[in-house]
Design a protein around this ligand. Structure first.
Ligand code: HEC
Length: 118
């Protein structure tokens, strides 16, 4: 019984993360690439890569809750004073707010970002 419950917990966590990745694809990947590697052409980027941002956010907000709160606030209404990357705004201008995204969708992206990039 304990094993079954454990399995369900682990399963639902990985499901939430996988869902977060799908939501990222749907709402964010038109501008943000997921990861940088040696083939990334920095000049062609339309926005900062998500792996770099995730690390930068963690530098300021170390807990999952703090991370999620920052992300939700920024996505709904991006502004200079909420920014954790002022040089990003200097380079690209401020990010447009993401429309028609639900709080649950933002939470799942946040979980995926927090867990996937260390
Ligand atoms: C239309 C293009 C576009 C879309 C769509 C987009 N972004 Fe961005 N995003 C940008 C640009 C450009 C920047 C850099 C400027 C800035 O920081 O505001 C940025 C910056 C960010 C930052 C750093 C903000 C800061 O300065 O603290 C985060 C975090 C972020 N995006 C997350 C997301 C997530 C998550 C999604 C999907 C829900 C998303 N973005 C969708 C263009 C986009």
């Amino acid at each position: 019984m304990v094993l079954i419950i454990l399995f369900l917990i682990v399963f639902s966590f990985s499901f939430a993360e996988e869902y977060g990745y799908q939501v990222f694809k749907q709402y964010c990947s038109s501008c943000h690439i997921e990861k940088t590697d040696e083939t990334t052409n920095n000049l062609s980027l339309k926005a900062p890569p998500i792996d770099v941002l995730a690390r930068q956010i963690k530098y300021f907000y170390r807990t999952r809750e703090g991370f999620a709160e920052y992300l939700e606030n920024f996505i709904k209404e991006p502004s200079l004073d909420k920014s954790i990357c002022k040089p990003c705004i200097d380079r690209w201008g401020i990010m447009p707010p993401v429309k028609d995204i639900s709080d649950e969708e933002i939470q799942s992206i946040s979980l995926w970002m927090f867990k996937n990039f260390r």
